[in-house]
Ligand binder design. Structure first.
Ligand code: PMP
Length: 441
């Protein structure tokens, strides 16, 4: 196949003639692994089919949303039924009430219940952007603390030292962000209690919020050190600032109550002031949300002075997909995904060990990935220092064997409840050749 062009190449050429870089989101362009991105034609369960008719076992899962597997029949039916009733009303609907209740009910462990009110938006970017405005409105302060390597979407103040595509493309931030806006974001090292203490010692009375990925997964998977999330909550709250826990990626994916729920159950107790959700909450449709205590959330318009709005916010099709997905995401689904993740992480580790490749398999709940460094990175600097050149040959060797990985070492591998014995066995069988390719890079 090498050297031959196919329908994917033709489409990529055509795309680049009308779309910047041929893609509507940068990482899709395969910038760091090279080659032609696969244009996907369809997806079902654990598999995706490209424009040339080739099928792959998928470990991208639309970057997280497809927890149940692609095109789950009940989710598709819910969307079809909703579509038949109307695509968008720009008016409140009963479905929004049901989904908000589902979110508030799920994100609780025992008496701990950080989400009382929920506002729905369309993307994770909007959710974090709104959460920050809300934190500023609630505190009357301007400064925001974020962690190097964490990605919270592409709004102006959040691209400083961001992960995901900004890390993949090795960009320092973004052109087009006014310096006075960038200056409102203070970037500190992740998993570094001293840096957290120092930034609050210096600017404590001017900090509106700390925003943190519940477990970072946009510089590769980097779990918070035990106690770090709790320390953030305590430090922020002691200074009158808010903790914004970004669960856009982890929420409803690693546990019914998100990464917060996982931590809460394992004895790390803290209460974030605002939590952002995305991806799984919309089951593959454009939907995201932010939630928190009523007294904070009700500062949003129309009850409060912090403005936020959206023509398509709470879109009925998205809400239908979200309700169906959350209802189907039972404890058994999480147990299935957890077991599959543990099995694949072990197989990945074994294959790279056998091939003599220096590596780690970082994990956070059911999230895992690969790092070409002797120890799992704890900070962005450590993630960047790995031998990331080994990922491209690894990725292509997997793809040639019919397994689609995320096209960057800085992304997590996503499993779904539809990855069964056959898919896991196929992935395991593909790993040794990919590990050998990584070894000879
Ligand atoms: N926060 C986190 C932790 C994310 O991983 C992402 C996207 N991967 C976002 C926010 C932004 O979400 P969206 O792409 O829907 O704007």
């Amino acid at each position: 196949m090498e050297g031959m062009t196919d329908r994917n190449d033709d489409l990529f050429d055509a795309a680049r003639a009308v779309i910047p870089g041929g893609v509507n989101s940068p990482v899709r362009a395969y910038g760091s692994v090279g080659g032609t991105p696969r244009f996907l034609a369809s997806a079902r369960g654990a598999r995706v089919t490209d424009a040339a008719g080739r099928e792959y076992i998928d470990l991208v899962a639309s970057w997280g949303p497809a927890l149940l597997g692609h095109a789950h029949p009940e989710v598709v039916r819910a969307v079809q039924d909703a579509a038949a009733r109307g695509l968008s009303f720009g008016a409140p609907t009963a479905g929004e009430v049901e989904l908000a209740r589902l979110v508030a009910e799920r994100v609780r462990v025992g008496d701990a219940r950080p989400v009382e009110h929920v506002r729905m938006v369309s993307t994770g970017t909007e959710a974090t952007m709104t959460a920050i405005r809300l934190a500023r409105g609630a505190t009357g302060r301007d400064l925001l603390v974020k962690f190097a390597g964490h990605y919270h979407g592409h709004s102006d103040g959040l691209l400083a030292a961001a992960g995901s595509g900004v890390a993949t493309l090795a960009l320092p931030g973004s052109a087009g962000v006014p310096a006075p806006i960038a200056a409102q974001t203070l970037v500190i090292d992740y998993n570094d209690p001293e840096a957290l203490a120092a930034v609050f010692a210096e600017h404590g009375d001017r900090i509106a919020a700390v925003i943190v990925e519940a477990a970072s997964a946009n510089m590769g998977v980097v779990a918070p050190l035990p106690g770090f999330n709790r320390l953030i909550a305590e430090t922020a709250q002691a200074h009158g600032a808010l903790m914004i826990l970004d669960e856009v990626l982890t929420g409803f994916r690693v546990h019914p109550a998100g990464f917060w729920g996982l931590q809460q159950e394992s004895g790390e107790h803290y209460l974030p002031d605002i939590i952002t959700f995305g991806k799984v909450i919309g089951g593959g449709m454009p939907l995201a949300a932010l939630g928190g205590r009523a007294e904070i959330m009700d500062l949003l318009a129309p009850t409060g002075p912090v403005y936020q709005a959206g023509t398509l916010s709470g879109n009925p099709l998205s809400v239908a997909a979200g309700i169906a997905t959350l209802r189907l995401a039972t404890p058994e689904v999480y147990a299935t995904v957890d077991a599959a993740a543990a099995r694949l992480a072990a197989a990945l580790d074994a294959a790279l060990t056998d091939a003599g490749v220096v590596h780690a398999v970082p994990r956070a709940g059911s999230l895992f990935g690969v790092a070409f460094s002797a120890a799992a990175p704890k900070t962005y600097a450590q993630a960047q220092a790995q031998e990331s050149f080994r990922y491209a040959p690894f990725f292509h060797a997997m793809r040639e064997q019919g397994v689609a990985l995320p096209p960057s070492v800085f992304e997590a591998w996503f499993l779904t409840a539809a990855h069964g014995e056959e898919e896991l066995t196929t992935i395991e069988a593909a790993l040794p050749a990919a590990a050998a390719a990584a070894a000879s890079a």
